[in-house]
Ligand binder design. Structure first.
Ligand SMILES: *[C@@H]1O[C@H](CO)[C@@H](O)[C@H](O)[C@H]1NC(C)=O
Ligand SMILES: *[C@@H]1O[C@H](CO)[C@@H](O)[C@H](O)[C@H]1NC(C)=O
Ligand SMILES: *[C@@H]1O[C@H](CO)[C@@H](O)[C@H](O)[C@H]1NC(C)=O
Ligand SMILES: *[C@@H]1O[C@H](CO)[C@@H](O)[C@H](O)[C@H]1NC(C)=O
Ligand SMILES: [Zn+2]
Length: 427
């Protein structure tokens, strides 16, 4: 009982609690005797994930591109998908063009942690849903949903951040493995408060941060994409519990009570997502929600460094089982997989619809500001050309020689300084 604890007892109580939280939350990277194993006729294994995404891509040419140029340490593709109506705005079907400035740009990241199979299954369902609405026999509602999403959102998906880790899990049967094939936790390897105590310097620890920020080649894809495009939203998808985190999670932010710029709107959409499924999700600022800090996380980096207005880490699934081992700590049983996958789908729907509305409001308010802006360059040059033509007309009309005008220098200087005044005006 708490009041009976002496100071010494209290300290050991605390220590034991911390240890318990640590082990129950994180599991162990060592293999355990599992009580439940994935059936690969239900769950997709690595090669099936690749195949099914390729099949869905081929089902919807003009709407999905699969880009295989980003690879892991061992050279496996990280399966980047870009999903949008490419016919709108003459979008180039290539990842490095950005003509779709008015669409909501969303980046989703899956498979950072090798043992978390569930989020990728929910992604396969999502892509099946979007392409399903394009079929000729789709219901009017399904068609309308796909049209709405594809014409308003430019969706980038990293389907498999850590393919080597995933293959390692499948090959060894160690369903406790979290990191890359070299044991680095990618979600501690990003350059945001990197190397502090909310991660580990021990290569045997499952929260091993790696030798330095961005030491892992797998990080390149997210760094590269966020350098090339300005995203409105980023989401890192996980499982193990039902929780929605808003930045920040790192130890320094916890200590200084630092908050992200767009906190209120993020909490607003987090609340809507948390209520979308009929299951109990908790949500909030990560350092309030978590009893442990996490340094070098991807979603903190996206909010803090890349300044993406909406950044989340979503833990899509968890179960309060008495003795979960590893596979069943992070993933539903084979029988329940399809039900659970359908159940989390509204989270995407709520997020997408919220962001479409948000983007339209942004566009409307910036159009409002546009009206009060100083005249544009084009307008100034038009004025300049008109003035010049008028002057020229005067010259010709009065049939005065050019030397006459050159002699009247004051006039010439006035025209010249008019020009420089225009070109010096800043927008
Ligand atoms: C993946 O699963 C399928 C279907 O169960 C199986 O045929 C295939 O051999 C598996 N691939 C690997 C690499 O395990
Ligand atoms: C996709 O999901 C939306 C929203 O939940 C739903 O209205 C639509 O019918 C689904 N489409 C298909 C093809 O299942
Ligand atoms: C995609 O865009 C084209 C051109 O704007 C349009 O004709 C087509 O209906 C759109 N497709 C969907 C599914 O909305
Ligand atoms: C990263 O982005 C640059 C352009 O910003 C591109 O030239 C380069 O090829 C990209 N890297 C990879 C691995 O695709
Ligand atoms: Zn995770």
């Amino acid at each position: 009982m708490y009041p009976l604890c002496t100071v010494n007892m209290l300290t050991s109580c605390l220590l034991i609690t911390v240890l318990l939280i640590k082990t129950t939350h994180c599991g162990n990277v060592k293999p355990q005797k599992e009580s439940e194993l994935p059936d690969y006729n239900v769950y997709h294994n690595m090669s099936q994930i690749q195949l099914v995404l390729l099949k869905l891509t081929n089902r919807a040419p003009g709407y999905i591109q699969m880009i295989s140029s980003f690879v892991s340490r061992e050279g496996r593709p990280q399966l980047l998908l870009r999903i949008t109506n490419f016919t709108n705005n003459q979008l180039q079907p290539s990842y490095n063009t950005d003509p779709s400035r008015d669409k909501v740009k969303i980046l989703l990241s899956y498979g950072e942690h090798a043992r978390e199979f569930f989020p990728i299954e929910s992604l396969i369902y999502l892509v099946g849903n979007l392409t399903g609405g394009l079929k000729t026999d789709a219901s009017p509602m399904a068609r309308e949903f796909s049209q709405l999403i594809l014409s308003n959102i430019d969706l980038f998906i990293v389907a498999m951040m850590n393919p080597d880790g995933r293959v390692y899990v499948e090959r060894t049967g160690n369903y406790c493995w979290r990191g890359t094939v070299t044991g680095v936790d990618l979600n501690r390897n990003f350059d945001w408060n990197f190397g502090k105590h909310g991660s580990s310097g021990n290569p045997k620890d499952e929260e091993f941060r790696g030798p330095r920020a961005f030491s892992e080649p797998e990080c390149n894809i997210l760094r590269n994409l966020t350098a090339s495009f300005s995203f409105d939203a980023f989401v890192s998808l996980h499982s193990g519990i039902r929780q929605i985190y808003v930045p920040f999670a790192d130890s320094l932010s916890k200590q200084t009570r630092r908050k992200p710029e767009n906190l209120d709107s993020m909490l607003d959409v987090a609340q809507k997502m948390a209520r979308a499924t009929g299951k109990k999700f908790t949500y909030g600022l990560a350092y309030y929600l978590n009893d442990y800090p996490a340094d070098g996380t991807i979603f903190d980096y996206m909010a803090g460094v890349r300044k993406i207005p909406f950044s989340f880490a979503i833990e899509l699934w968890g179960d309060l089982k008495k003795h979960p081992i590893c596979f069943d700590l992070f993933n539903p049983s084979n029988e329940n997989l399809q039900t659970e996958v359908k159940q989390v789908h509204p989270i995407y729907e709520v997020l997408f619809l919220y962001l479409i509305k948000w983007k339209q409001q942004q566009a409307a308010s910036s159009a409002g500001r546009q009206k009060d802006r100083p005249p544009s360059h084009a307008f100034r040059y038009t004025v300049l050309v008109c003035v010049s033509l008028l002057v020229l007309y005067q010259v010709l009309h009065n049939r005065r020689s050019l030397s006459f005008w050159l002699r009247r220098r004051r006039r010439v200087i006035r025209v010249h300084s008019l020009g420089s005044m225009f070109s010096n005006m800043k927008t």
